[in-house]
Design a protein. Structure first.
Length: 412
């Protein structure tokens, strides 16, 4: 029997990519509807914009910070059970939030439910994709996380429609059902490692399994003490203070300019369009031009976009900001896991991605809430937006320093 006869017609790695796409689409797509709910939550609970923004910040802290736990668990026990449980918890969090009687209950239900759920699912799903590809890793990673971009395009307008028809409580209940059914169901397709299926990365002949790099890699201790990891951590920490501010405050910003609610919500969809394009095209471009150089480009691009937002006084500039920001934000999310795999190998890739994402967790916890409280004090977003742009410039400078460090941890 020839090798061609025994090889599957469709490489299973692409099913893993599709499952990770579904997890990111449902998890982040639902989470990034939050800006659509800000006004309704303010009215319902008589709350300030800063205190409502803290709901998203707490959830974001958990779904990025929990990777430090879910990543190593996925390396040890497999990604599928964590992803399935995570999607079910996400659905439960939305359903519980729909019944909240105070803002504190929203903090608990949305923050803990959605935060823990996405945190359990995201890093294991994305980490699994890294093991299935070598030559096309940037493209595959970009395709997997493009679910975030498509979710940002589709879910906020859907949430606005649901709020109009069902109220904010009914909308949260419906989003919870979608997260549990679609996300939990498709997460069952995730497989942790091609070697467990008798396959090799990139769909190469199974005879090359023994040579697969998936078993190679630096230990977690060696990796986190390396200059590369420390620099990446610092860059992502500083960048994250500003990256998630638009997902909470762009719709209220547009509403303050007098833009109608349905149009304001569509700005999140524009971020989604740009993000999808960035993840799809810039992920593949990074495979050709170098993923480390591409990461620098993403930080610089986000700084440029945020600078446009700072001077936006009309819908046209806001659309331009949303699209440009989406492109480079999407590219950042796509390239970062592949850079970790390039630096440290595949043995502990999920664990290392999870540890790295704790930096994003701290930035997410502080950035959107701080922007909201700054607005409450000054009735202006100018200062937090400019601070967000400056943070990305600093992150780009850190990446430049990282690129000049030639010694990498040994892959054992």
């Amino acid at each position: 029997m020839t090798d061609q006869a025994v090889r599957p017609r469709v490489f299973y790695g692409w099913f893993v990519v599709a499952a990770a796409f579904a997890v990111t689409f449902v998890g982040f797509g639902c989470a990034y509807t939050f800006s659509t709910f800000v006004e309704a939550l303010q009215r319902e609970f008589g709350a300030s914009r800063g205190s409502v923004s803290l709901v998203f910040s707490l959830a974001g802290f958990l779904y990025f910070g929990l990777g430090v736990v879910s990543g190593p668990l996925a390396d040890r026990f497999g990604s599928r059970p964590l992803a399935v449980i995570g999607m079910l918890l996400t659905g439960l969090g939305f359903v519980a939030a729909s019944a909240a009687r105070s803002l504190v209950e929203v903090y608990s239900a949305y923050g803990l439910g959605v935060g823990l759920g996405v945190g359990l699912a995201y890093v294991p799903a994305v980490g699994a994709v890294q093991r299935w590809f070598v030559r096309s890793r940037g493209f595959a990673s970009g395709l997997a996380v493009s679910g975030i971009g498509v979710g940002t395009l589709v879910m906020p307008p859907l949430a606005a429609l649901l709020i109009g028809e069902l109220g904010w409580r009914g909308a949260y209940f419906a989003l919870g059902a979608i997260a549990a059914a679609i996300g939990g169901g498709l997460a069952l397709l995730i497989e942790n490692d091609p070697r467990g299926c008798g396959l090799a990365p990139d769909g190469d002949p199974p005879a090359s399994v023994a040579l697969s790099p998936c078993a190679e890699g630096a230990t977690i201790g060696t990796a986190i003490r390396s200059a590369q990891f420390i620099s990446l951590y610092a860059a992502c920490l500083i960048c994250a203070f500003g990256v998630f501010v638009p997902f909470v405050h762009l719709v209220p910003f547009a509403r303050d300019l007098g833009i109608a609610p349905p149009v304001a919500v569509l700005l999140l969809g524009v971020i989604g369009v740009g993000s999808t394009m960035g993840r799809f095209f810039l992920g593949g471009l990074a495979d050709r031009m170098g993923r480390e150089k591409s990461l620098l480009m993403m930080f610089a691009g986000m700084a440029l976009a945020l600078s446009i937002w700072a001077v936006s006084g009309n819908l046209s500039l806001l659309v331009a900001f949303a699209f440009i920001f989406g492109v480079f934000y999407g590219g950042w999310v796509a390239v970062l896991p592949a850079v970790v795999m390039d630096y440290f190998g595949g043995r502990n890739v999920s664990g290392l991605i999870g540890i790295l994402y704790t930096s994003v967790a701290f930035g997410t916890l502080i950035g959107p809430a701080a922007a909201g409280f700054a607005f409450d004090l000054n009735h202006s977003y100018t200062l937090p937006i400019l601070a967000s742009a400056a943070a990305n410039i600093v992150a780009a400078l850190i990446v430049i320093v990282t690129s000049r460090i030639s010694v990498k941890p040994p892959l054992t």
